[in-house]
Design a protein. Structure first.
Length: 276
């Protein structure tokens, strides 16, 4: 089985899938063969139903996609199952608030946790993904930008001047070409970034549901639109392929929708001063 997984890994690398995607797909394959001895249509359908009963829809859908790719690799496209359809998010949920963001930065600075402080600041100040942040090198401090290969395309991350100035002295103490190396001076992982944010966020009493790197990308996008109103420019900055993806930031969250609804109902539902 391990030989098959290694061959599948090479297959995915030839397809130029990202490291995180490869890891996720291999995990799905392991799950499948822990439950079934052979790849068959019947087992694939049963696996899909099991996933839908045990996992959140998004996780179940991703693992079905992974196994369908494995079917192609194994020369068994006849075993593939229909994907799990999901309603696209109408809005961004669980966005970190400015109060929470400022509180987190204040506590990180007070505790001398400058590495995590600047991880948070770079995520919120550039709108980059955690996977992109791991690749940032010190050259971007002089160039004000960093070009990298991500999600199958070349993308440039723009670094704000004020962020460069604020962080310059700190990065002089970092003994690595990477801005945020791991403890061995090598490239940190996205998981490592996520763990640091969660560890200190929980310590400083920030809501757990917003303690993930993407929360700061969401914050950047929402603040950018409030100031600039230019969704096309934001789409370019975030590296989205479609404006439809960026448009999610124009929509109110479910909590905000309820507030607006309550305000409207109060206005139309005010009691009459005299009997109606």
């Amino acid at each position: 089985m391990e030989n098959k997984i290694e061959e599948f890994k090479k297959y995915l690398m030839n397809l130029e899938r990202s490291a995180s995607t490869i890891e996720s797909y291999i995990l799905a394959v392991r799950f499948f063969f822990e439950r079934y001895e052979e790849l068959s249509k019947e087992n694939m359908i049963d696996f899909k139903q099991w996933l839908m009963g045990e996992y959140k829809p998004k996780t179940a859908a991703l693992r079905c996609v992974a196994m369908n790719v494995f079917c192609d690799y194994a020369g068994r496209p006849d075993c593939k199952v229909k994907g799990i359809k999901m309603q696209k998010n109408a809005s961004v949920e669980n966005v970190i608030t400015m109060r929470e963001y400022k509180s987190l930065l204040k506590h990180l600075a007070a505790g001398g946790k400058w590495k995590v402080y600047f991880i948070v600041k770079f995520l919120a100040g550039t709108g980059c993904r955690a996977s992109e942040l791991t690749k940032l090198e010190k050259s971007c401090l002089s160039n004000g930008e960093f070009t990298l290969w991500t999600k199958g395309k070349i993308r440039t991350i723009m670094i704000p001047k004020h962020l460069i100035e604020e962080s310059r002295e700190y990065f002089k103490t970092v003994d690595s070409n990477y801005l945020f190396p791991n403890r061995f001076g090598e490239q940190i992982t996205t998981r490592g970034i996520g763990c640091l944010i969660k560890k200190y966020g929980l310590k400083y009493k920030i809501r757990e549901e917003v303690l993930h790197p993407h929360a700061f990308r969401h914050l950047f996008a929402i603040l950018f639109l409030k100031e600039n109103k230019n969704i096309a420019l934001l789409s370019d900055i975030l590296g989205h392929e479609s404006l439809n993806t960026t448009a999610i930031y124009l929509r109110l969250s479910a909590a905000e929708q309820k507030k607006q609804l309550d305000r409207t109902v109060k206005m139309v539902g005010k009691p009459c001063r005299t009997p109606c």
